[in-house]
Ligand binder design. Structure first.
Ligand SMILES: Cc1ncc(COP(=O)(O)O)c(C=O)c1O
Length: 445
């Protein structure tokens, strides 16, 4: 069977051109295929097949505006606005002062950190992981990449619950797998049902990936919903599930269930997690996977060739986070809960915007399709990408187009920002959106 790359070469075009014909992806992103081509500057088909991360691209645009002195409120990045708790920083400083952590750490991470992660899963998530099942990486993003590269053969299908976190799609394609998007609907809190999943599975399906709490929708699968998904998975020998639990602490339901805890699911589950969100440690770059040993060993092999271990100092900080005082995390989550209430109330007050009530993470993912085709008299909004750019230019609020997450009708709004900024951002959004009218009602400037 031909790989994606061979097929693309045969047809003489790159994936990006093919995808550009589809309306879903962001036109804000650079099209590498547009560069004049000769042998020297030709990037690989692998790289041309993926786009720059839309969240990072929007954040860069917002920074550009800020550099020009424009007062942009950035609600585009998925990043806690809190500082890393002091006891975690202290552990990192101490590790430097001790001078013991200068050498390459073991590829899978320090044994004490792997043991602490396993212990947390035994105690809090009811999953009997041991240190040998844990692989610490340079962020959860690398854990996901490790597992995809360790498991996927060319042409294998990976079912992605959509809306989905931006990088799943690109990482699967880089691993030469085929992402198969299964769409959750806003009226079901964007959650894919077990019945939908059952219909999407084919003999080529190797794995399923989702996040719960979900980035970008904030939805959280209940125990019963996860059990129904597990039941479907167990009907298919060899089918694996990649459960991304990186937002597990920022869950307002009080029910954080790990699908690996269900009978028969330990052997089929790769759990992804990390320190970025719950401990406000995005820049420290520590994530991990927990999986049956044969998969963990595959991930270690992959990581050993690409990056080696995660930074020794960041790992000492991560140990302090996971084995230490959880009170700072609880305080941050209380703050997120308050902000969710605030934004929910303010969003309900914006005519034309339809939003779900997120139960976790720190995002809203409102449907803004009402504004497509509307105009302010001089400019007509075509789609979500267009609206996002319009809101940045007119309201000076930076959001991310939903197409990057699989739903072009929506925009992602991060409420990991101060109350003051959130109130002002919502005021600007309401005012700017109110200026968009049906073409025949618009006052032509
Ligand atoms: C659902 C989800 N998974 C994984 C990641 C990657 O996390 P990390 O920063 O640890 O690489 C993110 C980051 O935004 C995320 O939202």
């Amino acid at each position: 069977m031909k790989s994606h790359w061979e097929e693309a070469l045969r047809r003489g075009f790159c994936f990006h051109e093919k995808r550009a014909a589809q309306p879903s992806k962001s036109s804000l992103l650079p099209n590498f295929a547009r560069y004049p081509s000769n042998h020297m500057n030709q990037l690989s088909l692998r790289i041309n097949a993926i786009e720059e991360s839309a969240t990072l691209a929007m954040a860069a645009k917002a920074r550009e505006y800020k550099a020009k002195g424009i007062d942009v409120i950035n609600l585009a990045l998925g990043e806690p606005d809190f500082k890393t708790p002091p006891h975690i920083c202290e552990a990192a400083k101490k590790s430097i002062d001790e001078g013991k952590y200068f050498a390459y750490p073991p590829v899978a991470g320090y044994q004490d950190l792997r043991e602490a992660i396993a212990a947390k899963y035994n105690k809090e998530n009811n999953v009997p992981y041991k240190a040998e099942h844990i692989v610490v990486s340079n962020g959860a993003k690398q854990s996901i990449a490790n597992v995809m590269f360790a498991l996927i053969n060319p042409g294998d299908e990976v079912i992605v619950f959509s809306p989905y976190w931006v990088s799943y799609d690109a990482i699967i394609r880089l691993a030469e797998g085929t992402p198969v998007m299964v769409n959750g609907h806003i009226d079901n809190d964007f959650k894919v049902t077990a019945a939908q999943l059952g219909k999407a599975i084919t003999p080529k399906t190797r794995a399923i990936i989702f996040s719960s709490p979900c980035n970008p929708t904030g939805s959280v699968f209940s125990k019963n919903e996860l059990q129904a998904i597990a039941n479907v998975v167990q009907e298919h020998p060899g089918l694996l599930i990649i459960a991304d639990e990186i937002y597990e602490h920022i869950n307002f339901t009080g029910d954080q269930t790990s699908i690996a805890s269900f009978p028969g699911m330990f052997e089929r589950t790769i759990t992804i997690n990390g320190f970025a969100k719950g401990f406000a440690m995005t820049g420290w770059r520590v994530g991990y996977l927990a999986a049956p040993k044969w998969i963990a060993d595959g991930a270690i092999k992959m990581q050993g060739q690409l990056t080696s271990a995660n930074s020794s100092i960041a790992q000492r900080a991560a140990l302090a986070a996971i084995a230490g005082d959880i009170a700072p995390t609880i305080r941050m989550v209380d703050e997120y809960r308050k902000r969710r209430e605030l934004v929910h109330k303010l969003l309900k007050d914006v005519p034309g915007v339809k939003a779900n009530y997120p139960m976790g993470a720190f995002y809203f993912f409102p449907d803004v399709s009402h504004f497509f085709g509307k105009t302010d008299g001089s400019r007509t909004i075509r789609d979500g990408d267009d609206l996002c750019m319009y809101l940045l230019e007119k309201a000076h609020v930076s959001l991310v187009p939903g197409g990057a997450f699989g739903d072009p009708n929506c925009l992602r709004l991060s409420y990991a920002a101060s109350e003051k900024d959130l109130v002002e951002a919502m005021r600007r959004l309401k005012e700017t959106l109110a200026g968009l009218k049906k073409a025949d009602h618009a006052v032509v400037a």
